[in-house]
Design a protein around this ligand. Structure first.
Ligand code: PMT
Length: 404
């Protein structure tokens, strides 16, 4: 049975071309056994008819404060209390601006202001509108107000321009809702910062120092934290993987310095920070402006400098209400090295994985970990999928799993 079965969902639809996808979302919700009340803005009705929506939901669609011919008043307060969740898909720049500022001039925004349930918003608009500082500001404000933003994807837009602004597919939005209701929401309202993947340190325009990290471990943690209701920011080095949960906010960086700068922006808001990235310890002192040519006799010498230690830097800045978790990738003297990093970087926990264990570490879909905490507290886990490992790590952080 779907975790959405029996749940009351308010589905808000605003005036964007992606409104046609809301029909699929509505069908998925109804099929899962949810009761769905559609609220559509006046502009939304230009894109999709209320008749289609009421036929599928089995309920009259609400758009205005009053039904014109009967004078019946629709209570936004009752709707706000009735809802177990509210999802607005598509959400236009205009609706998000009204939500961010509390401009209650239509039934949808008024119901949003009355809602006590979690609110999910799937923006959809042209790429320039999406990137405009006003939109960025409004989305940030909504996030700070606890709204779950379901990030739009990159792709071809209604304008035929290509970029970020395509509403997440209905199946993706449905999954976010299912995840929300299936997982224990022990991280609801919390921000979780995760680093993932390798860093690349440029030697010249075509070469870099890097490593084999695929990002799978970091992204599995991101999906698990998002499923538990967290607002998740992943600061990611160059990887091919993507989060499964579209609400995860991925910030792409290349080098260790860029990763540090992005982490420092997010860390003050973070309740938990998990450093799963394999950060290059060294970078070339300088990057050659053009490709280093293959010389006949000479072998070029690359001088290296130390990269900043991101985990240690955050460890210095850490407040008492924050949890900082590191990883240790070791090849020998595993426990001693991990315990040393736990102490030196001022971490609250370190997750040890050893390249000596088959199926652990870089690139695999599995991992075998031991969690160390200050005071010699140690928990060993068998080989598991990285998804299960992510669950174990978050259970350990939130105190759900026993400490051994
Ligand atoms: O990405 P996958 O292919 O799924 O692989 C997962 C993983 C093996 C990369 C992951 O499980 C892991 O172990 N990540 C940490 C790898 C690493 O760099 O370990 P380390 O022992 O060198 O670093 C210790 C800790 O300090 C780590 O949390 C690391 O992110 C952090 N660090 C290291 C160096 C540096 N300059 N800055 C840092 O923040």
């Amino acid at each position: 049975m779907s975790p959405l079965s029996g749940k009351n969902i308010v589905l808000g639809i605003t005036g964007g071309i992606a409104a046609y996808k809301s029909v699929t979302l509505l069908r998925l919700l109804v099929k899962a056994g949810a009761e769905v009340q559609v609220i559509i803005t006046p502009n939304g009705k230009e894109f999709i008819t209320p008749v289609t929506l009421s036929s599928l939901s089995g309920r009259p669609v609400i758009s205005e404060f009053f039904t014109a011919n009967t004078g019946e008043w629709h209570s936004h307060v009752d709707l706000g209390l009735w809802a177990d969740a509210m999802v607005i898909a598509p959400a236009t720049a205009s609706t998000m601006a009204k939500m961010a500022c509390g401009v209650a001039d239509n039934m949808l925004v008024t119901s949003y202001l009355s809602a006590r349930a979690p609110v999910f918003v799937a923006p959809a608009m042209d790429l320039d509108m999406m990137a405009h500082p006003a939109t960025v500001r409004n989305i940030d404000r909504l996030r700070a107000d606890g709204v779950h933003i379901i990030e739009p994807a990159e792709g071809e837009l209604a304008s035929h321009l290509v970029g970020k602004g395509r509403m997440e597919e209905p199946e993706g939005i449905f999954r976010v809702l299912e995840d929300y209701f299936s997982a224990g929401q022990d991280l609801a309202g919390k921000t979780v910062l995760i680093t993932a993947g390798p860093t690349y340190e440029r030697i010249d325009p075509v070469r870099f120092i890097g490593n084999y990290s695929s990002g799978k471990m970091g992204y599995a943690l991101a999906d698990e934290a998002a499923a538990r209701g967290a607002r998740v920011v992943v600061v990611s080095g160059p990887v091919a993987v993507r989060p499964e949960n579209p609400s995860v906010d991925v910030r792409h960086v290349e080098s260790a310095c860029e990763m540090l700068a992005e982490c420092e922006k997010v860390f003050p808001e973070a309740y938990i920070a998990i450093m799963a990235a394999a950060v290059a310890d060294y970078a070339p002192v300088s990057t050659a402006a053009s490709k280093i040519k293959r010389e006949r006799d000479e072998v070029p010498v690359i001088h290296l400098k130390k990269n900043p230690d991101i985990a240690a830097t955050l460890g210095q800045a850490k407040r008492g209400d924050q949890v900082l978790v590191g990883f240790a990738l070791e090849t020998d003297h595993e426990l001693d090295n991990a315990a040393d990093k736990l102490r030196r970087k001022n971490l609250d926990m370190i997750v040890l994985n050893s390249l000596r264990d088959a199926g652990a570490g870089f690139g695999t879909d599995t991992n075998k970990i031991t969690i160390l905490r200050p005071g010699g507290i140690r928990t060993e886990y068998p080989l598991k999928s990285k998804k299960e490992v992510a669950r174990d790590i978050l259970d350990n952080i939130t105190g759900k799993s026993p400490l051994v």
